[in-house]
Design a protein around this ligand. Structure first.
Ligand code: NZQ
Ligand code: ZN
Length: 385
């Protein structure tokens, strides 16, 4: 068991009606609020009106239109608003994209220089504005982690920023706010949760307890994703997925493991950087191919255990079970209605060389479960065609 430090300082308010606590939460930080949100789903669901009503005595400034795979221009726009209006707190209402963009704003607000320089040079983040979130989609775990991912379309880069000050101070998680998430996004979000769990399960050494904890959350996702997909208003399914999202990406389940770089995430981030595709869709396509590519006597036992525990896969030996598992996982993703090849998304091999090179460089893939070179990553992209 490895040494670790663990501190998740985000205060979670989970469940129906927790939004009523928002005024008290916000008042703890100040009156000048930057409300950040995406393309308008929060207006359709009524959440926007509810928040405006609850925060009637606050001075609210807005940054809207934050796109999926949030772009650095939105970060720049938010920084300008924070400086101009001396904002006290950022209220991020949405999914990973809105929350990540808000983390970029919160930290770049104190950075002397352009927001992209801060991200690209991996400047140490020592200070950030407080962030409060109201989560509207179960997926990334950004509601209770210290990371964010921002895209620069001018350079085709999608890069992470991390830092302790980026943990949201408070996150409101009401599963009812995810009832309106379309089936496609429900699938993509669930795949992202499962991928976070897989990335921390397929490591060189993990603890007995962590394996069991991760398996419990994986089983939960595999049970409830199809239910939420078919029955969008199923509270139990939405609630289980929402809490799984939070647990899956804030280190709760991997303390003490020997951690390695997230292979499929590293490979996927290039896809959304170049083609602006949905993160979870990219993961669905890449993951079975990555498993196939790295399958060996060394990886087969854990892949086989994953198949046995999560999908009840049976096989005469680990290698056979691992191969069956890859197929079952592929079919599971397919059953959630996501595209399962680049061809279905119009992605060709045009940029594979540079994408592969960049994935290795930016995502530390030489420190992955199976260390990957750009030649390896290119081969995996080719398997996805
Ligand atoms: O923009 P609106 O209109 O709100 O619509 C969004 C968006 O189109 C819609 N949506 C969200 N909640 C909804 C809803 N539609 C109807 N009803 C609701 N209640 O869903 C679409 C996708 O939203 P987005 O925020 O992009 O989804 P997600 O939470 O999956 O975030 C994806 C981003 O997070 C990054 C991804 O790379 C991607 O950029 N990630 C962030 C991580 C982190 N911070 O720790 C880790 C992840 O691995 C991931 O990389
Ligand atoms: Zn992810």
């Amino acid at each position: 068991m490895e040494n670790f430090e663990f501190c998740v300082p985000t205060h979670i308010l989970f469940g129906k009606g927790q939004i009523e606590k928002l005024p008290d939460v916000i008042n703890g930080f100040g009156k000048k609020v930057l409300l950040t949100y995406g393309g308008g789903s929060i207006k359709k669901t009524g959440l926007y009106d509810k928040i405006k009503e609850l925060l009637a005595d606050c001075e609210i400034f807005e940054l809207s239109g934050i796109a999926p795979n949030p772009k650095v221009d939105s970060v720049r726009e938010g920084v300008a608003l924070c400086r101009e209006h001396n904002i006290d707190v950022i209220l991020a209402v949405g999914g990973g994209s809105v929350i990540d963009c808000s983390k970029g704003i919160a930290s770049a607000r104190y950075y002397e220089g352009d927001a992209w320089d801060m991200i690209a040079t991996r400047a140490e983040i020592t200070k950030a504005l407080p962030i409060v979130t109201v989560l509207t989609i179960a997926a990334t775990g950004s509601e209770a982690d210290f990371g964010a991912v921002i895209t620069n379309p001018d350079t085709n880069e999608k890069l992470a920023l991390n830092g302790f000050p980026l943990f949201p101070k408070v996150s409101i998680l009401d599963p009812e706010y995810t009832f309106s998430v379309p089936a496609k996004q429900t699938a993509a979000g669930s795949i992202d949760i499962l991928s976070h769990l897989m990335e921390q399960y397929f490591v060189p050494a993990s603890t007995y307890m962590n394996d069991l904890l991760v398996e419990a959350v994986m089983k939960t996702v595999v049970k409830y994703a199809p239910i939420a997909y078919k029955e969008p208003n199923n509270y139990e399914a939405r609630g289980q997925l929402m809490w799984a999202s939070t647990l899956a990406d804030n280190a709760t389940l991997c303390n003490g493991n020997q951690l390695v770089a997230f292979s499929c995430h590293g490979i996927e981030h290039e896809l959304s950087a170049y083609y602006d595709i949905t993160h979870g869709v990219g993961l669905a396509i890449v993951t079975p191919r990555w498993m196939e590519y790295v399958l060996s006597d060394k990886t087969a036992p854990k892949f086989a255990r994953f198949g046995r525990e999560i999908f009840n896969v049976q096989g005469d030996n680990d290698m056979e079970s691992a191969k069956l598992t890859i197929k079952v996982l592929y079919d599971f993703f397919r059953s959630l209605g996501v595209p399962m090849s680049f061809g279905e998304l119009g992605i060709t091999s045009e940029h594979f060389e540079e994408m592969a090179h960049h994935a290795v460089e930016a995502e530390g893939l030489e420190y992955a479960l199976l260390p990957l070179t750009s030649k390896d990553v290119k081969a995996i992209y080719e398997m996805c065609l």
